[in-house]
Ligand binder design. Structure first.
Ligand code: 8Y7
Length: 259
């Protein structure tokens, strides 16, 4: 899964169409490099990020989803918690709802059910604005696992087939470095929930903190974690660096399919 962040229009001096073409080109490169999903996001979930209105979020994301759906053969994942964005992007061709809030926002679960699309449910506590305020767990793996089980039960009760649910430990969301490392080490425990796991660690601070490296020097660390996640049984890797990660995945697949 290649990450496509849609930055505000003001960021690009070329305006709306240049923005869309740039995003489409980046998506096409990731698909050519082997991405089978593109995760399109219009709301920053970074700690302390500014809130974006649902209108603004939809204005950012909808044209990109529409363009990718028209031009590329890839599953479009939409990184959103917003009911209107869930409904509208599904209509425009989205194939997966990736919600870091696990469909807990008012109206999000109903919107997701109405689309009939698969969903990725991720563990987080609190909101991106306060999630890193001294997170504490008595039993990290147990609490993450129960949370995901509870969200999965709520989705199934609302009418989403269990087969359409992907789970995610939520690395970097309401977790210290020690929490992230421990939850990575014990990732296998979450496979007991019976659903495919998605892992997102690309360029995240858990790599920066271990290696003491800024965000543009975290690729090798990310690739080490990508390989480990695959071997531990993760099925989807959410990454910025698609060509490099695809090499890792293909080498592991080659060895695992050997006699
Ligand atoms: C994740 C994510 C982000 C993740 C899933 C970043 C939107 C932060 N991280 N979605 N989104 N899993 N499912 O650094 O780990 O990419 S945003």
């Amino acid at each position: 899964m290649g990450i496509l962040n849609i930055t505000p229009d003001s960021f690009s001096d070329g305006g709306r169409f240049a923005q869309r073409d740039l995003a489409l080109r980046h998506a096409a490169e990731m698909v050519a490099a082997g991405a089978t999903l593109i995760d399109v996001g219009g709301e920053s979930t970074r700690p302390g990020a500014r809130a974006v209105s649902s209108v603004e979020e939809l204005e950012r994301v909808a044209p990109i989803v529409e363009a990718i759906s028209r031009e590329l053969d890839v599953i479009i994942s939409v990184d959103t918690s917003t009911p209107a964005v869930i409904r509208e992007t599904a209509r425009l061709g989205a194939g997966l709802i990736n919600d870091v809030r696990s469909l807990r926002r008012d109206g999000a679960l109903d919107a997701a059910v109405a689309t009939g699309l698969p969903v990725c449910l991720m563990h987080m506590r609190g909101e991106p604005t306060d999630m890193q305020d001294d997170p504490h767990y008595d039993n990290l793996v147990g609490e993450v696992s129960s949370f995901l089980q509870e969200r999965m039960d709520a989705c199934v009760a609302a009418g989403i087939a269990a087969e359409k649910i992907i789970l995610d430990p939520g690395y970097g969301f309401a977790k210290t470095l020690e929490h992230n490392l421990s939850l990575f080490k014990h990732m296998e425990a979450l496979l007991a929930l019976g659903r495919p796991l998605l892992v997102g660690v690309s360029r995240k601070s858990m790599i920066g903190k271990v290696l003491d490296k800024p965000v543009d020097q975290r690729l090798y660390g990310a690739l080490a974690l990508a390989g480990m996640a695959m071997i531990k049984g993760a099925r989807i890797l959410r990454v910025h660096d698609v060509p490099e990660t695809v090499d890792v995945v293909r080498m592991i697949a080659a060895v695992e399919s050997a006699k």
